[in-house]
Design a protein around this ligand. Structure first.
Ligand code: PEP
Ligand code: MN
Length: 361
């Protein structure tokens, strides 16, 4: 007799868990390292899935480029010992085939692959007819269309369970982060795909241990669905990404120190108070829009004046003066310099566009 009600498969249950915590070494190095990491991660009781890079896309040749197929039986063995499902990065059809042959439970597409539609399509084609969840990292460059394109290619291949990993974006001369988080981009991606799981990869955003906890907390505060964090039994001697890895025990402590927030709390008083505050925000946002509209009208008048007197639109001195005053004021109001800069850039651009229209009419 066939069963009428279908139980979710084991991997589906893990996939649906919140927060979903994935951890494991940047790279599988040796059998002992993979097994010991897996066992110590499992012992924390806080990890849901094991990760390891088998094939490593490295920026420069001559670095450790992954142990290759040889590492897949180690992952399978780690799963047998700990009961934790596994995930590995795939970038080619052959890698998909190898991973499937060794019962990898979830595949992920790395940032260096997401940037390349040829590669994403090759992986997607290899996945046709296969029932396996796929995580897709954001592309290295801050381009949501590229990320979206990768999601679409994989979805078109028939993959039902697709998740997003936010691992930050490369930016030239960036120092604080290995990859700048640019949170607003990941949030916009989530807005476009509200039902898709979004997890944060603080390891590749930070590139270093000391801010892993902060970045993780921030993502949880932003209602991310989980974390993927690199862990190694001997972080300093890891064959790749040594500076950002932490031991399983440090990871356990870190996860214990994160404040996990609930999106929904079922207290009426809380909801009523929140509703009131949201109304206030809506009113203030409306007012801001009205004021911005008025500001543009004034900018248009200036545009008319400049046109009549044959003056250029952009007057750098005037702009520097505005920004400088805004920084001072913003500081007193608790508005960060970063926000003021972005806000004024956007307002300025819009203003210039309005003036342009007037001057060329
Ligand atoms: C990784 O997860 O080890 C990795 C290579 O990440 P990314 O694709 O984000 O660089
Ligand atoms: Mn890594």
């Amino acid at each position: 007799m066939e069963q009428v009600t279908q139980q979710p498969s084991a991997i589906q249950q893990v996939w649906n868990k919140r927060p979903l915590i994935i951890s494991g070494p940047c790279s599988a190095e040796t059998e002992e390292q993979v097994l010991a990491t897996a066992q110590r991660l499992a012992a924390t009781g806080k990890v849901d899935m094991l990760r390891a890079g088998i094939w490593k896309p490295r920026t420069r040749p001559g670095q450790f480029e992954g142990i290759g197929v040889k590492g897949l039986p180690w992952m399978l063995q780690a799963k047998k010992i700990t009961g934790l499902p596994t995930t590995v990065e795939v970038a080619t059809a052959k890698q998909v085939e190898d991973a499937l042959n060794f019962d990898v439970d979830v595949l992920w597409i790395g940032a260096r692959t997401t940037v390349n539609p040829f590669s994403v399509q090759e992986v997607a084609d290899a996945l046709r007819g296969v029932d396996i969840p796929v995580l897709i990292k954001n592309p290295i460059n801050p381009d949501l269309e590229l990320w979206t394109g990768a999601v679409e290619r994989v979805a078109k291949a028939g993959i039902k369970n697709i998740g997003l990993i936010h691992r930050g974006f490369s930016s030239y001369g960036n120092t604080e982060y290995r990859n700048a988080p640019m949170w607003h981009l990941a949030i916009e991606m989530k807005r476009r795909n509200p039902d898709m799981m979004l997890i944060c990869d603080p390891s590749h955003i930070s590139g270093r241990r000391d801010i892993l906890q902060d970045i993780s907390q921030k993502s949880i505060d932003l209602d991310y669905d989980g974390l993927i964090i690199e862990s190694h039994i001997d972080p300093d001697n890891a064959w790749s990404d040594a500076k950002q890895q932490i031991t399983p025990e440090v990871l356990g402590g870190m996860l214990a120190n994160i404040t996990w927030r609930k999106e929904d709390v079922s207290s009426e008083a809380y909801h009523a108070a929140l509703e009131k505050l949201r109304q206030q925000i809506n009113h203030l946002d409306d007012e801001l829009m009205q004021i911005l509209g008025q500001r543009m009208k004034v900018a248009e008048k200036i545009g008319q004046y400049k046109k009549d007197n044959n003056i250029t639109i952009l007057q750098t001195n005037r702009w520097n003066e505005i920004l400088h005053k805004a920084f001072e004021k913003g500081d007193k109001l608790g508005l960060s310099k970063e926000f003021i800069t972005r806000y004024f850039d956007a307002v300025h651009m819009e203003s210039i566009n309005h003036q342009n229209r007037i001057m060329n009419s």
